[in-house]
Design a protein around this ligand. Structure first.
Ligand SMILES: *[C@@H]1O[C@H](CO)[C@@H](O)[C@H](O)[C@H]1NC(C)=O
Ligand SMILES: *[C@@H]1O[C@H](CO)[C@@H](O)[C@H](O)[C@H]1NC(C)=O
Ligand SMILES: *[C@@H]1O[C@H](CO)[C@@H](O)[C@H](O)[C@H]1NC(C)=O
Length: 454
């Protein structure tokens, strides 16, 4: 049973990490919740910057070729980008190009987070580029299968190249201005690949939590969640990991018993829908694991309902009810907290609903593009079945021009998030290292400008 559980949990966790398993995926909702939270603070920030319209990000549209690899196909689509010019010194100041990944991009992408925070130091122009087929950058024909063949990382990289050239003309960027790509998660991989493939156009890239290796059976995700639950630096412990196991064992036991035990489980976990089918049971387990994976993946991020420290506190009988508490009771409390913060009445899980949502070719204008990302994982990356992203990334330098940095207590893409007073020393140090690396690169860019090499 453990094997069965691990197999299902692994698959569902992974799927939901990428925001694929629509209704059941707590993690996708968590990700969207955190993004919206940070976006809304971003707009606040924009507005609070003063009366000058210059403080507001601008939106623009680029006409891009639908099929950049077929010279006789002249069809095009409009790709959205955002611009923050407020720090730009013009002349040969650097351009920070923040790449979008498998979701929509809002004004926050150029107003908050690491690229925007770094911009004043070098007088950089910050531009973000929404990925084709996500958000509002959807070609005519929508998400039909016939259209999705124009969706891949290769197409996205071709868009980066033509956007880089078009935006240079549009903003009258000097030919000696260095372009630096930024990205987190899949977009981090794109940032790294853009630099590797087009070094004449992209001077350097900062790739955060970038899973640059494609893998079909991604079993290591749970290993990292498990190690994080034991990490004392973020409030975990051996006992905490054992408590999580015990809570899941209890859920599994009740599912197996069926009948009254299963009905009680359903009501205790505030689950909507029925648990009769094996598929729905698997989706429920996936939702619960997403809750644990979400606490790890979004640990310490603004808007996250539960940190690892809080989750461990609950499962180890904190919360003022030590005498009666069991890990299972703690998990119930954790479910309540997460549902409350997401504004959901009950925990939803239904395989049929998930499949119906994935079949819909209606684009989602904000948040994560589930159907498109499922297509990309099917055709390009895998990333299924079995788990955090740094295990597919590069965490050791590959040479003097490709440095790597592992932020030990940092959750997924946390270095890209806006700075907070509660940031850990290792996260601060990590951001400082990125700052220094950029300093070195931009100094190099300056020197080669002087020599006329760029
Ligand atoms: C290239 O585009 C032309 C014109 O749209 C089309 O007829 C042809 O089939 C395309 N080739 C490929 C390989 O997609
Ligand atoms: C573009 O920049 C150059 C200097 O880099 C300047 O001479 C020129 O006037 C600018 N053109 C526009 C349209 O702003
Ligand atoms: C403590 O836990 C028990 C058993 O789970 C429950 O019946 C009781 O209501 C809880 N008390 C508080 C104050 O939460």
């Amino acid at each position: 049973m453990t094997v069965w559980l691990a197999r299902w949990l692994g698959r569902l966790l992974l799927v939901s990490l990428w925001g694929l398993s629509a209704p059941a995926s707590l993690l996708r909702r968590l990700g969207e919740h955190i993004q919206q939270f940070q976006e809304s603070s971003a707009q606040g920030l924009g507005l609070s910057l003063g009366p000058g319209a210059a403080a507001l990000p601008k939106v623009g549209w680029l006409e891009q070729l639908l099929d950049p690899f077929n010279v006789s196909d002249r069809r095009s689509f409009l790709q959205r980008y955002w611009v923050n010019e407020q720090h730009w010194v013009g002349e040969d100041g650097p351009i920070f190009l923040h790449l979008g990944g498998e979701g929509s991009l809002g004004p926050g992408s150029v107003m908050r987070g690491h690229p925007a925070a770094l911009a004043p130091a070098w007088g950089a122009l910050v531009i973000s580029l929404e990925h084709r087929f996500y958000g509002l950058s959807i070609p005519a024909g929508g998400l039909e299968m016939a259209q999705l063949r124009f969706l891949s990382s290769r197409h996205a990289l071709a868009d980066v190249v033509s956007a880089r050239l078009a935006l240079s003309r549009l903003f009258n960027v000097s030919s000696s201005s260095p372009w630096i790509c930024f990205g987190g998660s899949y977009a981090g991989s794109l940032a790294a690949w853009a630099r590797l493939k087009f070094p004449h156009l992209i001077f350097a890239s900062v790739a955060s939590s970038a899973p640059v290796r494609a893998v079909l059976d991604f079993s290591e995700y749970n290993d990292v969640v498990s190690r994080s639950l034991m990490s004392t630096a973020i409030g975990g412990s051996l006992e905490c990991r054992a408590a999580v196991s015990a809570a899941f064992a209890e859920v599994e036991r009740r599912l197996r018993l069926g009948g009254a035990a299963q009905a009680a489980l359903r009501s205790e976990l505030s689950a909507c829908g029925t648990l009769g089918s094996a598929e729905n049971q698997a989706e429920l387990l996936g939702a619960l694991q997403a809750l644990v994976g979400g606490a790890v993946q979004y640990d310490g991020q603004a808007g996250a309902p539960l940190s690892v420290r809080q989750l461990c506190g609950l499962l180890l009988g904190g919360g003022g009810n030590r005498s009666h508490s069991t890990p299972y009771c703690g998990l119930r409390r954790a479910v309540q907290i997460v549902l409350h913060s997401l504004g959901q009445k009950c925990l939803s899980f239904s395989r049929a609903e998930t499949v119906a949502q994935l079949r819909s070719t209606e684009p989602q204008l904000s948040g994560v593009g589930d159907r498109q990302w499922l297509y990309q994982t099917c055709t390009e990356f895998g990333f299924w079945d079995t788990d955090p992203w740094h295990v597919l990334s590069v965490t050791q330098a590959l040479g003097s021009s490709e440095s790597a940095l592992l932020i030990r207590t940092g959750s997924h893409c946390l270095d890209m998030a806006p700075e907070r007073p509660s940031d850990s020393p290792s996260l601060r140090l990590g951001r400082q290292n990125i700052f220094q690396q950029l300093q070195t690169w931009l100094k190099l860019a300056k020197e080669s400008q002087v020599k006329g090499e760029v």
